[in-house]
Ligand binder design. Structure first.
Ligand SMILES: Nc1ncnc2c1ncn2[C@@H]1O[C@H](COP(=O)(O)OP(=O)(O)OP(=O)(O)O)[C@@H](O)[C@H]1O
Length: 460
């Protein structure tokens, strides 16, 4: 197929001669004398290259050049004293320039090279995107809801839009963030995940934005923050509802201006990141109570992805079970299957702890079934559904006089089991914030690692 060049030149003689020369090298050329003719032609036909002759027409402004350069390669021909024009053209996105007078062969050679390069680049882009999309999704499942979710993810991944992921605890919000990153043009860059719940409030700012040397006592070195570490990639802010209000204002500035400042710095830095955030909290309610900035919420709401709870997409349960059974970390390298009745039980269960709970149950069943190939109902330790779960009293029994710390630990374990690890619910029952609960859980984890006795011995 003949490659098509659009020549834009105010020089009438050039509009006659140059197409003649280029045609000899196998190009098809259309010549126009001003920007409006060029625009008209571009609205109906897409050339492979724009050849822009200096001095270019008065009605070809910077905006027009930039718009052209977005879609098409531009080769600029500049006069002996036209260096300034050439540089400006390059700044606006032109691909290359040649100084006049141009040797016909050199001109044809440059045009051919540029067109071929663009084609190669576009092919590369196409196949990369095909491969990326054809690689199995990180999100396992076959339900219509999940397929719709994946289609939304693919659409938003291609853009730079900020995404807010909503959903119950354990539903797969972090997996969704990973999938957005994987499908995005930033996939080669880093994905930096920040658990806003676990970052102590005092460290939050310096961790996120970094600090200069001497910014505060103990800041012996300049330290880039997580935003900088995510440069060229994606910054995933998990549990964004936990961000302290003063930091929310600074984060809003990053979203609005793409700029931020290290602690103790005098100048701004460009934030070259795409931000994806997630929460299981009701940010609207928080905003109404003044716990979350309305303007930040407004910014985050640009594109909202809601991940449905597992009980609303039960078709995903069998493929997820198979996925976890074949997970090398979990399967102990035995290809296990579930009995029909076990699978039926799993599909019928309500999964208040969502996919995380399913994963835990499968993990436990793998262990409990020992060397048996088949996982049966007896290996499933499904909790009582919330409807049948005790809602009121609690009895903790000890075979000795417990310390206060022991009682606290046991009670936390009980509540976690009862509420399927849903931190927000447990925090509400205890009347504390999720951040405080997180700290208690970290202590619990540390002490239960030392404690060989597992599980809850007493309950109401
Ligand atoms: N569709 C899925 N396919 C495969 N694994 C999944 C899927 N959804 C969730 N998981 C797995 O379930 C577990 C919980 O998922 P994840 O951590 O993404 O949930 P979350 O919604 O971010 O939880 P939280 O609200 O507690 O932060 C992880 O082990 C994750 O790999």
């Amino acid at each position: 197929m003949t490659d098509h060049i659009l020549l834009v030149s105010t020089d009438k003689q050039a509009r006659l001669d140059m197409p003649e020369v280029l045609r000899r090298f196998g190009f098809q050329v259309t010549a126009v004398g001003d920007g409006s003719d060029a625009r008209r032609l571009l609205s109906s036909d897409v050339p492979d290259l724009i050849l822009l002759d200096d001095p270019w027409p008065k009605d070809v402004g910077a905006d027009m050049m930039e718009a052209w350069a977005q879609d098409l390669p531009i080769l600029v021909l500049c006069g002996g004293d036209g260096m300034e024009a050439a540089l400006q053209a390059l700044r606006l996105g032109a691909t290359e320039f040649l100084a006049k007078p141009v040797d016909p062969e050199e001109l044809a050679g440059a045009a051919r090279r540029i067109i071929d390069n663009v084609l190669l680049y576009r092919r590369g882009e196409f196949y990369t995107s095909v491969l990326r999309h054809e690689a199995p999704s990180l999100l396992v499942g076959e339900s219509a809801l999940l397929r719709r979710l994946l289609a939304n993810l693919a659409a938003v991944a291609a853009t730079e839009a900020t995404v807010l992921i909503l959903g119950e605890s354990g539903v797969g919000k972090e997996k969704v963030a990973q999938e957005i990153h994987r499908l995005s043009p930033r996939a080669e860059g880093p994905l930096v995940a920040v658990d806003c719940c676990s970052l102590p409030e005092t460290l939050f700012e310096s961790e996120l934005f970094g600090h200069e040397r001497g910014a505060f006592t103990g800041a012996a070195q300049r330290k880039p923050g997580l935003i900088e570490q995510a440069k060229g990639g994606t910054l995933f802010l998990d549990e964004i509802g936990e961000i302290p209000v003063p930091i929310q204002a600074k984060l809003l500035r990053v979203l609005e201006t793409k700029r931020f400042r290290r602690l103790g710095a005098a100048t701004d830095i460009q934030a070259e990141v795409r931000i994806v955030a997630a929460t299981n909290r009701d940010l609207d309610g928080m905003a109404q109570r003044g716990e979350f900035r309305q303007d930040l919420l407004y910014r985050l709401n640009t594109f909202v992805v809601s991940v449905p709870p597992l009980r609303e997409r039960r078709e995903d349960i069998p493929p997820l079970v198979r996925h976890f059974l074949s997970h090398p970390g979990l399967s102990q390298r035995i290809a296990k299957r579930t009995s029909e009745s076990a699978m039926q039980q799993l599909v019928a269960y309500d999964w208040p702890g969502n996919v995380r709970e399913l994963r835990n149950i499968v993990e436990r069943a793998i262990i409990l079934s020992g060397n048996k190939l088949k996982i049966d109902s007896e290996h499933l330790t499904l909790a009582r559904t919330p409807a049948s779960a005790p809602s009121g009293g609690v009895t903790l029994t000890f075979d000795h006089e417990p310390s206060l710390a022991e009682i606290e630990r046991r009670y936390l374990q009980l509540l976690l089991e009862r509420h399927e690890g849903r931190r927000s619910t447990v925090a509400r029952v205890l009347g504390i914030g999720e951040r405080t609960l997180y700290r208690l859980l970290a202590d619990l984890k540390a002490s239960s690692e030392q404690d060989q006795e597992r599980g809850v011995r007493g309950e109401g």
